[in-house]
Write a protein that binds this ligand. Structure first.
Ligand SMILES: Cc1ncc(COP(=O)(O)O)c(C=O)c1O
Length: 429
């Protein structure tokens, strides 16, 4: 049998770092990445035929679990009809209609192939519509790897950021402001000084790229108020949260807490493609009509709205819009994090947890972090030991403490009980 280690050695010879997306390399936690051979329902099997309960779900898309029969059938049918046409199809309309039906802030969407592409195109559109250059993002939020978004905070308040990647010229990020998450005061000061130059503010409202951190209601309220006042577009990046934390995404969670709340634009990915390369961005018609071929903002894609990907996305959406789906998923996810918290209490290890819909986070800390600095201050060494302990016990968590986790509809009570038992063993081990 080929081992994970052998595959990793072979991969490193021909693929930089042996992986096609950096976090898969286990750099944060150390050790050998598991090479996945197959998946079914809530389980994945590695090259050594070891089975894991999967809490990554391809980093979010697999909300139904792997290989759901209705999704498989739809994809198989679509494959026989053709892989890609480079011409419009009815399924693209159906998927756009399905998204719009669930998200009241959106009147039109454009389909693309990755979250990065959707975020990047949204920025261009926001700049094109407003005629402004500056954009605001928050420390700890990830919006894909477009140049303008690979930025960390500058030294002073609301100074321009610095590139976080080599190959991103300083001039390219000179219009990107990076602010502290949940810092209302900084937001007010920034808008007071430069509000009329800001094209858009991009937010992960339930941030899944610094584990799991919620934007506070006062923060989102202020953000909405300032964007409206200054004519900047408020963009919700729901690549992770869209159709994951609730049918209407994170914005529906905030709309329940802030009457009338809506973002101006939304970025989607992951769940809407059900595991196929598919993402989207959308908003009101007067904004979206600025896109080519109607308007002056150019955006295009050979594989955009791919017929196999739209079939997969549509079949996934058909399942998750069935009555009771999110209630059941939410209950499972809550039970999963309760198990981790209880294991912590039983082992005498402080753990705090949070979840919304099918997305969760946990921290080795006494209180839930509110921003990136606080996330960074939680116990990384303990997380790394816990991660490997869980992996040894057949539970696959994200291999870095900065990542959210995902529960699928396929996880059972037995899986959740096994997860708690593994957690206790990992914490005591
Ligand atoms: C919130 C958020 N936005 C954007 C992206 C980028 O999406 P993709 O990896 O499909 O390019 C991600 C990816 O994890 C994400 O979590």
């Amino acid at each position: 049998m080929t081992t994970n280690e052998q595959l990793f050695a072979r991969a490193q010879a021909v693929i930089p770092g042996g992986v096609n997306s950096p976090v898969r390399a286990f750099r944060a936690v150390g050790g050998t990445p598991r090479f996945i051979a197959r998946a079914e329902g809530q389980y994945i099997w590695d090259a050594e035929d070891k089975r894991y309960i999967d809490y990554i779900g391809s980093w979010g898309p697999m909300i139904l679990g792997h290989g759901h029969p209705a999704v498989l059938e739809a994809v198989q049918k679509a494959l026989l009809e053709g892989f890609s046409f480079g011409a419009p199809t009815e399924r693209e309309i159906e998927l756009a209609e399905a998204i719009i039906a669930q998200v009241p802030s959106i009147e039109q969407v454009r389909l693309v192939s990755s979250g990065t592409e959707a975020g990047m195109s949204t920025l261009r559109l926001a700049r094109g519509v407003t005629g402004r250059s500056k954009i605001v993002k928050f420390e700890g939020c990830y919006h894909g790897h477009a140049d303008a978004l690979l930025v960390k905070a500058g030294s002073g308040l609301a100074t321009f950021g610095h590139p976080t990647s080599a190959g991103v010229p300083a001039e390219v990020v000179q219009h990107t402001l990076v602010l502290e998450y949940n810092n209302v005061e900084q937001l007010e000061e920034t808008f007071a000084a430069q509000g009329d130059e800001i094209a858009c503010v991009m937010l992960e409202a339930i941030a899944g790229n610094m584990n799991f951190v919620r934007a506070s209601v006062p923060f989102v309220t202020k953000l909405r108020e300032l964007c409206t006042k200054h004519g900047a577009l408020l963009v919700f990046d729901e690549v992770m949260t869209g159709f994951r934390v609730a049918l209407g995404g994170a914005q529906s969670v905030y709309a329940k807490l802030i009457p009338g709340f809506e973002p101006d634009m939304t970025v989607f990915g992951k769940v809407i493609g059900g595991g196929m390369p598919l993402a989207a961005f959308g908003g009101k018609k007067d904004v979206m009509k600025q896109l080519a071929p109607l308007g002056p903002v150019y955006q295009a894609g050979t594989l955009s709205g791919n017929p196999v990907a739209t079939a997969c996305g549509l079949a996934t959406l058909a399942e998750i819009t069935k009555p009771g789906f999110y209630e059941a998923l939410t209950a499972k996810t809550q039970k999963m994090v309760q198990g981790i918290a209880e294991a912590g209490r039983e082992a005498g290890v402080p753990i705090v947890t949070d979840s919304e819909g099918g997305m969760f986070g946990f921290f080795f800390a006494d209180t839930l972090p509110q921003n990136y600095t606080q996330v960074m201050a939680t116990d990384k060494e303990r997380f790394n030991r816990f991660f490997h302990g869980m992996l040894d016990h057949g539970v696959y968590l994200a291999p870095a403490m900065y990542e959210a986790g995902f529960v699928s509809a396929a996880h059972t009570d037995a899986d959740l009980a096994a997860t708690k038992a593994a957690a206790l063993a990992a914490l005591r081990g």
